[in-house]
Design a protein around this ligand. Structure first.
Ligand code: NAD
Length: 352
């Protein structure tokens, strides 16, 4: 396996391979950059087919976190961790505590939060071994109640304001009344997003590989549920990918007719060139790590001092950042994703 000449190695500051034979833990922690602050990022648990696949994922995801926090204006660097294993069958308290000890050994250079395959209870288990955790503390809400540490509602709110900014730029409209939106994946983020959009008057189509989940969300927001593969062929204003990565590829981009793509999923572009392909087709793409930064903003304030209004104002700044990216992309005739990468690299002094 290649390491220093790995295609996704981007001068990462530290890549730690963690093994704990007693609990069966096999994990990788990647600290990409701590120029702006300690690295913060989720811990993904996934049954990777190979160690190489896990390494590729953690290298790419940790770099994405550097860019995400930089453009969200947070004093944080980028890091991420992956546990190789099936979250349904391999997750034990011993394994999570062993992961916590590995995080602790980094002395605060990496702060762990939840990601696919891990949730608030898992991070709380890691917290028995380390203080370098986030996304675990109950938070106040706008209505004076409390909610769990799960950052998904803030992520969804950021996607909502970012989607509005994209619609304003591309379709020249400020209200969402009657706007047609197709949401792929109505889990934690997609589900909340559907409610924000419904309340703003949008007409929705939803899909999920979990058909029961799609039916439940469709019923609660008055949306039309469609089969997973049908979501790319709808004649809508906005396609909102809120499921998996690599969803924007040769096949799907050729099928999409929506003038805007704005959603929460990480690593939406299958390859860098797909940013250009979207732009060539006249589709305005809201770069994923910019529009989905509401979650990292939320977990940042959990450690810095949580105040609901302050967090919401910070999340709303995602719209301004996107508007600047869209304007620059127009002026420079470059894909929005390339413009965002350039701005992020400049912020962390990694411009090459
Ligand atoms: P989730 O697991 O709660 O929801 C994802 C949903 O997508 C699930 O219901 C799943 O069944 C569905 N799905 C998976 N593959 C699909 C497919 N091919 N077609 C249709 N549906 C499919 O996850 P989430 O927390 O809502 O996150 C969604 C995306 O947003 C992920 O890519 C995640 O990395 C990204 N993201 C999440 C947050 C957060 O705060 N949760 C923050 C930033 C980015």
């Amino acid at each position: 396996m290649h390491l220093f000449d790995h295609p996704d190695f981007d001068g990462h500051e530290q890549v730690v391979f963690c093994a704990d034979p007693e609990s069966g833990l096999r994990a990788i922690i990647a600290v990409h950059d701590t120029m702006l602050g300690p690295s913060l990022g989720g811990c993904r648990m996934w049954p990777y087919a190979s160690d190489a696949e896990a390494l590729r994922d953690v290298l790419r995801l940790s770099r994405g976190m550097t860019y995400k926090s930089a453009l969200a204006g947070l004093p944080l660097g980028g890091g991420k961790s992956v546990i190789i294993g099936n979250p349904r069958t391999d997750k034990t308290e011993a394994l999570l505590r062993a992961m916590g000890r590995n995080v602790e050994r980094l002395g605060g250079r990496y702060i762990v939060a939840e990601d696919s395959g891990t949730g608030v209870p898992d991070i709380k288990t890691m917290a028995q071994e380390t203080t370098h955790v986030s996304g675990v503390v109950e938070k106040t809400t706008g209505t004076g109640g409390t909610r769990s540490g799960d950052p998904s509602p803030s992520t969804a709110y950021g996607v909502f304001v970012g989607l509005k900014a994209a619609v304003r730029h591309r379709l020249n409209r400020t209200d969402l009344e009657g706007l047609t939106v197709a949401i792929q994946g109505v889990g934690s983020v997609g589900g909340h997003l559907a409610h924000f959009l419904r309340d703003a008057g949008a007409t929705l189509w939803v899909t999920d590989i979990n058909a029961e989940q799609a039916r439940r969300v469709a019923e609660s927001v008055g949306a039309t549920a469609v089969a997973p593969d049908a979501i790319f062929d709808l004649d809508v204003d906005v396609f909102a990918p809120c499921a998996l990565g690599a969803v924007l590829n040769d096949d799907t981009i050729a099928r999409l007719t929506s003038p805007v793509v704005a959603g929460a999923a990480n690593n939406q572009l299958a390859e860098e060139r797909h940013g250009q392909m979207l732009s060539d087709r006249g589709i305005l793409y809201a770069p994923d790590y910019v529009i989905n930064a509401g979650g990292v903003i939320d977990v940042y304030y959990e450690r810095a001092g949580y105040d609901h209004e302050r967090v919401m104002r910070h999340v709303e700044s995602i719209a301004d950042t996107l508007t600047e990216i869209f304007a620059r992309a127009d002026a420079e005739r470059r894909p929005t994703a390339a413009v965002a990468d350039g701005m992020a690299r400049q912020k962390v002094g990694r411009a090459r």
